[in-house]
Design a protein around this ligand. Structure first.
Ligand code: PAF
Length: 294
């Protein structure tokens, strides 16, 4: 596995692979890698001949007062994990390498970025869209892999690639969860044991929405109420949003349709966690009073 820190080296290594006729996949990450990232890497290794992983905690996607300074970092551990997966190239630049001191051009992430994370983290998706565009233009992969845990980010990246004709296939991969149900996130490393207990209310709220749906509820507001009830009164948890949205436009739905997405974001202390799941209304709602629940 080759490790490079400059844009030129990354560009050259990827160009050599391309010249050899290899298909190239990029997995953009901010490091502190966990099984969620590794599931992206494994999927990339299965599909592509040459796999590039970028490890870069991108300062421009963190707002003032957010956790840029405390975001977990462990490049040595990341490199060991990536070498064991058979990754070909790790691109781990510094912020000074990625951004010229007088850089002033950014990428507008479009309308999908205005709600939810975009509203509570102003500027976040401008930072994401800009750095993803830069990484794609340095590596020029055939495929780029993103996790569905950051569902809105995935949709923003899909729109970015489509609207700017970036010519890369965007592959979204399912959320990986810990045994207790918590979606894997680099930020989980910052949770104390009691905060982790509180954080479990997030997947439990998704479960409450799915269960209400399974029992015949179709009103999106009712599913949201089921989530609020599950999240209310949890110590140290402050809810940002819990919504049922259209999976493509991310606009709130009135009635749950096939493929609808539930998005949840909450802060546990100062740790921002997000999670989501897809919804599939059952063909025949379970009649009230039935006792098929496990
Ligand atoms: O999802 C992430 O880790 C980051 O937002 C990304 C896509 C690597 C851009 O910095």
């Amino acid at each position: 596995m080759e490790r490079v820190a400059s844009k030129d080296e990354a560009r050259r290594a990827a160009a050599e692979a391309r010249a050899e006729g290899k298909t190239i996949a990029l997995v953009p990450t901010m490091g502190a890698l966990h099984e969620g990232h590794l599931s992206l890497v494994r999927a990339a290794c299965e599909r592509a001949d040459y796999v590039v992983v970028s490890v870069f905690v991108n300062p421009t996607q963190f707002g003032p007062g957010e956790d840029f300074e405390t975001y977990p970092r462990d490049l040595d551990a990341d490199l060991q994990l990536l070498a064991a997966e058979g990754v070909d190239l790790v691109f781990a630049p510094s912020a000074a390498v990625m951004y010229a001191p007088d850089a002033s051009v950014t990428v507008d992430p479009g309308s999908l970025a205005s709600r939810w994370e975009g509203e509570i983290r102003p500027g976040h998706f401008v930072g994401v869209a800009t750095v993803v565009t830069k990484l794609l233009s340095i590596v020029r992969p055939d495929l780029a892999y993103f996790g569905e845990k950051d569902y809105q980010q995935l949709q923003v990246v899909r729109a970015l690639v489509r609207d700017l004709d970036l010519g890369v296939g965007v592959v979204g991969r399912p959320i990986v969860r810990d045994r207790d149900g918590l979606a894997l996130s680099s930020r989980n490393a910052r949770l104390s044991p009691s905060q982790r207990q509180a954080a479990l209310a997030i997947p439990a709220a998704l479960e409450a929405a799915a269960q209400a749906l399974a029992w015949g509820e179709r009103e999106a507001r009712a599913l949201e109420r089921a989530m609020f009830e599950r999240l209310a009164g949890v110590d140290d948890l402050s809810l940002d949003y819990a919504v049922v949205v259209d999976p493509d436009t991310l606009e709130p739905l009135e009635q749950v349709e096939s493929g609808a997405r539930v998005l949840v974001a909450a802060r546990i202390g100062d740790i921002h966690l997000i999670d989501n799941c897809g919804l599939e209304p059952p063909a025949t709602p379970v009649p009230e009073g039935a006792t098929t629940r496990e």
